[in-house]
Each structure stands twice: as structure tokens, then as C-alpha cells.
Design a protein around this ligand. Structure first.
Ligand SMILES: O=C1O[C@H](COP(=O)(O)O)[C@@H](O)[C@H](O)[C@H]1O
Length: 495
């Protein structure tokens, strides 16, 4: 069965994430029960997993579920005696199962056996659990087809009790295994294996907190499962990553680069975030593709940036075409770009400048600058572009001090924290009629939140406030959606 590509949904905080996961789970079960029964759900331990069960218990929608038609399983268990407070089962009972009472028949609950006289070790528990799974499978199957399999994820990227570097990761036959050396206590555990996890219709990975952010990013970047087991978490029909903002913070499109670098630019909501709406936006981008018609040299620049390992955070082809149209509309001969990255937007601007025109592009990262120079040279545009390496504010000051001729168009696509200062720098190098275009100023709507924890959002807010007060410009913000997510451009015309 082929894996379903990951979809990422980000919620404001861990509480909302737990509530939303509960709502989603209840809705899924109710939907499924409208056309078949039983429904098989695999529960997870862990912070968000248990909080979500508490939220299920608190939801009035729980009474819309026919719990007699729901079977509950566990993705992993700490191999501890029945009733031990550290067992995932005990925590699930406290959070939800007890509250459901007789509505959920005892026979529908399938805990992993704990140690006892007849279960001396994890291997025995694993064998017993495998037998229980088989007993509820249909036909020749070895286990039920799980409708929803929930997984928490540890900061090390473990899911269920599949830990980095451990042999259980490579189990190709057994559906359930024992783990004797878990790096997270207790060391004795029992876990479903990847072949079974990956046979589930829907796999939902739930994670909250900044300590999970690096592992989330690695998993979604397709890291080796030996290093980040969560990279192997996927279902056949759907793979959902349900995150809070902190856990999503290191996803592509988030800010890790130094000031003045285009690599600092993210757009929250960019791939691999694909809600249904975003999938439509991307499809529309593809549909209008023939109109945009990304020229072959532009595609070469884009590919060269990817091959050099640069982050996929340049403008889209449709946005590149917008820069092209704007540059031609204002008859730009001289263009200033703040944030070169691999030279993709630079290509669109450079091919648009009128005869004898120039693009001066500022980039803090020498490696990015090198890639951009090489690509632009291969595109035959080297003679029109100056790639200036250094912190953008220093470069802007140097250009101003040198009495540089004003620019006709300025495109700002660098670290958002300094946008207001970049605007000031751009205005010092402008003339009446100069158009200043600033990318990524909506940030998936985050810009409306005065208390947003992301300093890039705060940088955009400071910039927009200052732009509104700046007497030298008239401007607006154009909200955009598309393959790059939900964001927007500020357009400022210098008086
Ligand atoms: O030990 C476990 O940890 C993970 C993640 O837990 P969290 O508290 O960091 O969210 C959990 O998914 C797993 O079921 C559990 O046994």
C-alpha cells in the first residue's frame, strides 16, 4: 500500500490542538459509523494524546458515537503492571474510558497485557497482543484495518515505542515487538511495528511544544527513520500531522537564517502544509501555469538553488511573473533587491529591466550569493546583476553613502524582523515614483495578532505600522494564496 503524503495542520497552542484532535476524532468516528461498523481506533500515550482523550470525554459530541461499535487499541505500552499510573492504558482510562462507562463495552477495549504470572516478559505480551489483533481481523488479515491510528512523538522523534536506532525500527514481519532498552523510561515496552502502523487507513501524529520542533521538521523533510522514526509514520489513505505553533516552528518556511538573508524568509502555511484550501490554491496555481509560463532559464535557476540545498522559500513562478509585470509596468531600469537567496526572483527582475538596466541584489550568505551568481551567469544575465554580499542594512548604508542613483523598483524578501529598517534603507535609495514591494507580510493571518510569539510576525507588524505613518509613501497590502500558502505583498509607491 502506498503511503499518503503528510498534511500538516497547525493550531495555536497545545490546548487547542488537543481539543481540535478530539473534535476531529469524534467527527471521523461518527462519519464512519454512518456507513460501517466496527470502527478501529489506535490510541497513543503522551501529553497531547491523553489531553485529546480528556477533550473527547468533555465533548457533548461523544454521545453521538455508538461506542459499542468502536474498538480501541494502543500503539504502544509501557510494560508495567495493570493499573500502574505510567501505563498508557491507565492514563487513557482516567482520561476517557471510565467516563464512557458501559457505553463502551469491555470487550471493545484491547490493552497491551502487562507483566504477570502468565506474561513474564515483553515478548509474551507482544505475542498475546498480536493474537488479539488477529482475532479481530477479517479474512486472512493478521490485524484489523485501523481507521485512525494516533501517534504521539517524542523530542527524539520516536513514535509509539519505536526509538531512534533501535532494532524494532527494522522489524519487517512481527506486528508487535518488545523493546527492552527504551531511552525514555520505563525501558521495558511493547510497540506496534511499522508494517502495522503503515497499514492503517489514517495515521495522525500529534505533537506540541518547542522541544518537538526539530524532530517534526526532520520527519516531514523525510529524514531516515533510523534517526527520526516519525518519518515512517504514515497511513494508506491519510497522514495527518496535528501540531501546535511551537512544534511547527522549524518547518520549511520558518526563520533560521541570519539577518539580511533571503533564507530568513518563511511563509507559514507553505508546503508541506496542505489543508484542503491550500491544495485548491496550489491547484489553481497549476491551472494558471500556462498563463504564467515559467521560462526554462527561470526553472533552471530554481532547480540549481534546490540542487545547492537552498531552502524552498523563493517566490513561486506566479509571483515571479508578478515581479516581472510590476517591473515592466513601472518601466524599471534600476532594481534593488534585498534578499537574493538562489537568484530566482533576481532572474525575474533582471530579465525585466529595460535596456542597459541593472539589478543590485543584497545577500548575507556567501554560499547563496555564489549559487545565485552562477545561475544568473548561466542564464546570460551576469552583466545586469550585482550580487552584494553582507548584512543588508550595511549594504544599504554603503549604497546610500556612495550616492548611488535611485532605484525604480525595490523588492524586499529578507528577514522580517528588520523590515521597517529595510523600508527606511529602501526609501533612502528611492525617488518619487519608486515602487517598493515587500513579500510575506500576511503570514497566514498571523499579522493580526498583537501578541503573536513569532518575532517575524512582530517585524511585519512594526513595518506595516511604520509604513502607515510614513508620509513619503502611499501603499496597500495584497493578500495572496497559492502554492506558497496564505501570505501577501505590501506595495508602496514613493511620493
Ligand atoms: O513514551 C511515550 O512517549 C510518546 C510521546 O509522549 P509525549 O509526552 O512526549 O507527547 C508517546 O507517543 C508514547 O505513546 C509513549 O509511550
Amino acid at each position: 500500500m502506498s503511503p499518503a503524503p503528510p498534511e500538516v495542520l497547525v493550531h495555536p497552542d497545545a490546548d487547542v490542538l488537543a481539543a481540535a484532535t478530539a473534535a476531529r476524532l469524534l467527527t471521523r468516528i461518527v462519519d464512519l459509523q454512518s456507513h460501517r461498523s466496527p470502527v478501529h481506533v489506535v490510541l497513543t500515550g503522551g501529553t497531547v494524546g491523553i489531553a485529546a482523550l480528556r477533550a473527547v470525554a468533555a465533548s457533548p459530541v461523544r454521545d453521538a458515537v455508538d461506542w459499542s461499535g468502536v474498538h480501541l487499541w494502543w500503539g504502544d505500552e509501557r510494560f508495567l503492571p495493570d493499573g500502574d499510573p505510567d501505563r498508557n492504558e491507565t492514563q487513557a482510562r482516567d482520561a476517557l474510558l471510565t467516563a464512557l462507562g458501559p457505553a463502551l463495552p469491555h470487550r471493545n477495549v484491547h490493552p497491551v497485557p502487562g507483566p504477570g504470572a502468565d506474561v513474564p516478559d515483553g515478548e509474551t505480551a507482544a505475542r498475546r497482543y498480536a493474537a488479539e489483533l488477529r482475532a479481530h481481523a477479517t479474512g486472512d488479515a493478521l490485524a484489523p484495518r485501523f481507521d485512525v491510528l494516533l501517534l504521539g512523538m517524542g523530542p527524539d522523534g520516536h513514535v509509539a515505542s519505536l526509538f531512534p536506532g533501535r532494532p524494532a525500527l527494522f522489524e519487517a514481519h512481527a506486528l508487535v515487538v518488545a523493546e527492552h532498552d527504551s531511552p525514555k523510561p520505563p525501558s521495558e515496552r511493547v510497540s506496534l511495528t511499522f508494517p502495522l502502523v503503515q497499514s492503517a487507513r489514517e495515521v495522525w501524529v500529534v505533537a506540541a511544544g518547542a522541544e518537538k520542533a526539530p524532530a517534526v521538521a526532520r520527519a516531514l523533510a523525510g529524514d531516515d527513520v533510523r534517526a527520526t522514526p516519525a518519518a515512517g509514520a504514515h497511513g494508506t489513505d491519510r497522514t495527518l500531522w496535528l501540531l501546535d505553533v511551537a512544534a511547527a516552528a522549524a518547518l520549511p518556511g520558518t526563520d533560521t537564517a541570519a539577518p539580511g538573508s533571503a533564507a530568513a524568509e518563511p511563509a507559514p502555511g507553505r508546503r508541506p502544509t496542505t489543508s484542503a484550501a491550500e491544495a485548491t490554491w496550489a491547484a489553481v496555481d497549476a491551472y494558471v501555469g500556462p498563463l504564467v509560463d515559467e521560462p526554462a532559464p527561470a526553472a533552471d535557476v530554481r532547480r540549481a538553488a534546490a540542487a545547492a540545498g537552498l531552502p524552498d522559500i523563493a517566490v513561486s513562478a506566479a509571483q515571479g511573473r508578478l515581479l516581472d509585470v510590476l517591473a515592466r509596468a513601472v518601466g524599471a531600469r534600476r532594481v534593488l533587491e534585498i534578499g537574493t537567496l538562489g537568484g530566482y526572483s533576481t532572474w525575474w527582475l533582471a530579465q525585466a529591466v529595460r535596456g542597459g538596466g541593472r539589478v543590485v541584489t543584497l545577500e548575507i550568505d556567501e554560499t547563496h550569493a555564489h549559487t545565485a551568481r552562477r545561475s544568473l551567469a548561466e542564464a546570460g544575465l551576469a552583466d545586469r546583476v550585482d550580487v552584494v554580499v553582507g548584512p543588508a542594512l550595511d549594504s544599504l548604508a554603503a549604497l546610500t553613502a556612495a550616492g548611488t542613483e535611485p532605484f525604480d523598483l525595490v523588492f524586499v524578501d529578507a528577514d522580517k524582523q528588520r523590515l521597517a529598517d529595510y523600508m527606511d534603507g529602501a526609501l533612502a535609495l528611492s525617488r518619487p515614483g519608486t515602487l517598493v514591494v515587500v513579500d510575506n507580510v500576511v503570514r497566514a493571518g498571523g499579522v493580526i495578532d498583537p501578541d503573536h510569539p513569532d518575532d517575524r510576525v512582530q517585524g511585519v507588524r512594526t513595518f506595516l505600522t511604520r509604513a502607515a505613518q510614513e508620509g513619503r509613501v502611499t501603499g496597500t497590502v495584497v493578500q495572496t494564496v497559492g502554492e506558497k500558502g496564505y501570505d501577501g505583498f505590501a506595495l508602496l509607491l514613493v511620493h
